[in-house]
Design a binder for this molecule. Structure first.
Ligand code: A2P
Length: 331
């Protein structure tokens, strides 16, 4: 495979550090490697594949050198400003923030679901929201075989999804200290509030799940609703997903389809207490699916429990899988 010049923007953050771990694990073909963060981190070093790299401050001149691909995870406003600068210099940005996801000129990609969309990029490719990624990986085989009519999402999301600040709030909250990141204590609580509230009464996180799912499936009219909840779990998002499909299905056939689907591990033996658990998905790249059962209240309905490491498959791994597709294209 062709070796590329790769940059990480936000290398010191929760997702940025996981980029480094996943890149090491997956043997990504790198020629030159650059790491960027804010002025606060400039001059510090990080070790990658046994070599030390000096962190540079991200500036408008950062991309004035041949960089093929940049993985961005430094927040929406940084992506908003710097992704177009990088793209204008010939670099392809794979962006983990929400800044570009709904832009019609920017593909929103989950490699197990819509890999062909990367071909349409104009310099920026967006990585979906963590809760959307694991949901659409699980829903893809259902949609392919039975055609989805309606989706109801309910999420149980870990604090790592809110970055270092979210993690610290749970850690400190368990010691009795007040929250700094969340509006209420997260220890011993469930907060039905992720990202800010919109005029329609939903949170941005909920509407991200609705809109991003439609974009990824190329189904602008798909009926979807969501309730997203922050729970006192350090890492790993869990989701209860209810789906209505057009075609009749057999449960055993559906389970067989899941077992063959890319990126999915089925854990579904409730008699032996086997179902996906957040604690067991940490550090894994797959999406775990269990509690696969018929929704008996409608004609063709399915209930699922879907769990994944939100920092891995929900962020770093998916971004790197997109970058791997780009490298294949460049070869
Ligand atoms: P830094 O550590 O120098 O502040 P998280 O969401 O886990 O807190 O991570 C945020 C990431 O975004 C960090 O790597 C952080 O770097 C980076 N970041 C924040 N502000 C900027 C900025 N102005 N320019 C470049 N990177 C930034």
């Amino acid at each position: 495979m062709k070796k590329v010049n790769l940059a990480i923007v936000g290398a010191t953050g929760m997702v940025g550090r996981t980029f480094l771990e996943v890149l090491e694990k997956r043997d990504f073909p790198i020629e030159n490697f650059y790491v960027f963060a804010s002025a606060r981190s400039a001059g510090k070093t990080i070790t990658f594949r046994g070599k030390e790299y000096v962190i540079e401050e991200l500036t408008e001149q950062s991309f004035d050198r041949p960089i093929d691909i940049a993985l961005f995870s430094a927040g929406g406003s940084i992506s908003q400003k710097f992704a177009p600068i990088a793209a204008s210099k010939g670099c392809v940005v794979v962006d983990n923030s929400s800044a570009w996801r709904m832009d019609p000129n920017v593909p929103l990609v989950v490699p197990e679901v819509n890999p062909e969309d990367i071909k349409k990029h104009k310099g920026i490719i967006a990585n979906p929201n963590c809760s959307t990624i694991q949901a659409v990986v699980a829903l893809k085989p259902i949609h392919e075989y039975y055609t989805i009519k309606r989706i109801i999402y309910t999420t149980y999301q870990a604090v790592s999804g809110a970055g270092m600040g979210g993690w610290a709030d749970l850690e400190e909250g368990l010691k009795g200290n007040p929250p700094k990141k969340f509006p209420h204590p997260i220890a011993n609580n469930c907060l039905p509030h992720i990202d800010s509230f919109l005029d329609n009464g939903y949170t941005k996180e909920e509407m991200k799940m609705v809109e991003e799912t439609r974009k990824i499936f190329h189904a602008p009219d798909l009926k979807i609703t969501a309730t997203t909840v922050r729970v006192p779990v350090f890492n790993g998002h869990s989701e209860a997903i209810n789906v209505e499909v057009e075609k009749p299905f057999e449960l055993e056939e559906l389970k067989g389809i899941f077992k063959k689907a890319p990126g999915i591990i089925v854990q579904d033996d409730p008699q032996n207490d086997i179902y996906p658990l957040a604690t067991e998905t940490t550090g894994k790249d797959e999406v775990f699916v269990g509690r696969i059962r018929r929704d008996e209240s409608v004609e063709n309905g399915i209930n699922l429990w879907v769990v994944a490491d939100n920092i891995r498959k929900g962020a770093a791994t998916n971004t790197i899988q997109i970058a791997e597709l780009l490298v294949q294209e460049m070869a």
